[in-house]
Design a protein. Sequence first.
Length: 313
Amino acid sequence: MSRARIRLAIAVLASALAVGTLPAAAHAAPAHRTTSAATTAAGRHHQLAETIRQIPLQGAVNVRDLGGYRTWTGGQVRQGLVYRSDALGKLTPADTTALSGLGLRKVVDFRIPMELQYDGADRLPAGLTATSRPVSDLGLYGTLLGAISSGDPATQEQMLGGGRAEAYMRDIYRTFVTSPENRAQFATTLREIADGGQGPLLFHCTSGKDRTGWMSYVLLRALAVPEDAATRDYLASNTFRAAYDAQVRAGLKQSGRMQNPDLLIPLQEVRQDYLDAATAQMEAEYGGFYGYLTDGLGLDLRTLAKLQDKLVR
């Protein structure tokens, strides 16, 4: 990356992120829309909407390429460099073959040890081992296991009903901003993505929607992807996970472990309300997105410029 390009990228990013809003002129730019299938190195991408590209696998339902989004600076996020997903512990041999076609050089796992213990380690192509980088879930996984294993409808209602599940989710999202440990994990991942010597990288948690969703939202915003597009990427987890999550609820009811499995819906879904809890906390503590990147995550402008140079064409 030349010094001239670094200076240009820094100037653009500093002004863009400090303002934190999409310039009026960018709103008038025509949207790029297509409904055709997209071909990738793995040959299996499916284009759901404008730029949301799923990689269909049998053992994971929320695997996507974060490339393709337009930026308000006139660029487009490169495909084939950063992927987001749910846990990869149930991949089939065909899935791992498809994953190997992506040329991944690093997999980052945001799950906590309890999740790994119960759900199992990732099944990855030969020569690839996940890097454990736990981000706290505030005890949600343990709470969920406890509620289900109790088998008692009254206990489950007391733990998850009456808006308590939603409140729990909002608290988790706030810790993405308030917890120094969580911020350090996100920051390390962003620095690795920015590293010009780092090949394609995938990051994930259990469902690929909350910790992974926040990481994806932050990355896209840092690349000058408009906020509404970054939000659309976040909310798309509901589309990709809907059928699988419904099967989980049906199985719990059929087995008798939950009389009202709909109590789980607030925990299974992503919601604008949850994202708003994190961004409101970001505003309160750092004055906005730029402050979160620089003061909260400790990213300097050179790193942000390297992100831009590597991932935006």
